[in-house]
Design a protein around this ligand. Structure first.
Ligand code: DAK
Length: 257
C-alpha cells in the first residue's frame, strides 16, 4: 500500500512507519493521521509483524497538529469531523510500538509519542505541549497522559508555559526510555523492536494490555486482570515451548499460538 504522507516498510519481524511531511516538520494533518492509523491497524493484523517502529526524521518526529489546517476550524466543524475517534484507535493497537524520535516532538507529536510503548530519543530532541501559545490546549491526551507519567507539577509547568524540555529532562521524568546520539537513535530503537519481536507474541500482547490497565484502573482490578492474563498464557503453545526449551537448554521457537 502506498501513502501520501507516510512511508511503510519492514525489517525482519518489525514493521516500520515513517512520518513523511518534512517540509512542515511532520505537522500532523488529518490525512497523515488517517494514513498512520490505517497502516498501524494493517500491521497489527499482519502475522509476520511482531513489533512496530514509528519514527520521523532527525529534525522532527512531529511539530504538532497542522496549524494551517486547524486555523479556520470552528467548534461545530471539529465536532462533526470527530477526528479524535480516529486518533483514539492508536491506543487500541495490540502490538508494541517503539518510537524513535528526534528534533521537535511538540503538541500532537508529543501526544502521539505518548501513545507508543517504548521511546528512544536523540540528544537533539525537544518535547513539549505548546498549544497554550496558540490560545488552545491539548486535546489528544496531553493533559492526561503527560500528567500520569511526569506528575502534576512538571505537567503544569510544561502545559502552562508551553516550553519544551530536553531529551535528558524527559528521561529524568520517565517520559522516554533512552537518549542516544542523533546518529544512533533509529538503530537503537530498531534493536529494541527486534528484541521484542523475538518474544512470544501472545505474552507480548497481554503484557501491553495489562500494563495499560495499570494506568487506568484501581490496583485490585488491575491485579485481577493480570492474573487472568497469566492463566490464559498457560493455554498457549508458546508457554509449553518456552518452558520446554529452557529445560532442554535450547532457544525457544515461538509461533504466536
Ligand atoms: N503546523 C503547520 N506547519 C508547521 C507546524 C505545525 N504545527 N510546525 C512547523 N510548521 C511549518 C512552518 O510553518 C514552516 O513552513 P514554511 O514557512 O517553511 O512553509 C516549516 O514547518 C518550518 O518551520 P519553521 O520555519 O517555523 O522552523 P523553525 O525551526 O524556525 O521552528 C518550531 C520550529 C517547531 C519551533 C516552529 O515551527 C513551531 O513553533 N511550530 C509550531 C509548534 C506548535 O505549536 N505545535 C502545536 C500545534 S497544536 C487533534 C489531535 C491533536 C491536536 C489537535 C487536534 N485531533 C485529533 C482533532 C494537537 C494540537 C497541536 O499539536
Amino acid at each position: 500500500m502506498t501513502y501520501e504522507h507516510i512511508l511503510a516498510s519492514k525489517d525482519g519481524d518489525v514493521g516500520i512507519i515513517q512520518l513523511n511531511r518534512p517540509h512542515v516538520l511532520n505537522a500532523l494533518n488529518l490525512k497523515i493521521i488517517d494514513e498512520l492509523v490505517a497502516e498501524l491497524e494493517r500491521m497489527d493484523g499482519d502475522d509476520s509483524i511482531r513489533a512496530i517502529l514509528l519514527t520521523g526524521n532527525d529534525k522532527a518526529f512531529a511539530a504538532g497538529a497542522d496549524i494551517a489546517e486547524m486555523a479556520d476550524e470552528a467548534t461545530v466543524s471539529m465536532l462533526l469531523k470527530d477526528q479524535f475517534s480516529v486518533w483514539d484507535r492508536i491506543a487500541k493497537i495490540n502490538k508494541p510500538i517503539v518510537a524513535a524520535v528526534s528534533g521537535f516532538v511538540l503538541g500532537g507529536g508529543c501526544e502521539l509519542m505518548m501513545n507508543c510503548d517504548i521511546i528512544v530519543a536523540s540528544e537533539t530532541t525537544r518535547i513539549g505541549q505548546p498549544e497554550i501559545k496558540l490560545g488552545v490546549m491539548p486535546g489528544a491526551g496531553g493533559t492526561q497522559r503527560l500528567t500520569k507519567v511526569v506528575g502534576k507539577v512538571k505537567a503544569m509547568e510544561m502545559l502552562l508555559t508551553g516550553e519544551s524540555i530536553t531529551a535528558q529532562e524527559a528521561l529524568d521524568f520517565g517520559l522516554i526510555n533512552r537518549v542516544v546520539p542523533v546518529e544512533l537513535y533509529f538503530e537503537e530503537a530498531l534493536k529494541l523492536a527486534k528484541k521484542i519481536a523475538e518474544q512470544p507474541p501472545i505474552a507480548v500482547r497481554l503484557i501491553k494490555k495489562t500494563v495499560g490497565k495499570a494506568l487506568d484502573v484501581p490496583l485490585d482490578e488491575g491485579m485481577d486482570y493480570e492474573r487472568n492474563a497469566f492463566y490464559l498464557l498457560f493455554a498457549s503453545e508458546d508457554k509449553s515451548e518456552g518452558m520446554k526449551a529452557f529445560i532442554e537448554k535450547r532457544k525457544a521457537k515461538f509461533t504466536g499460538r
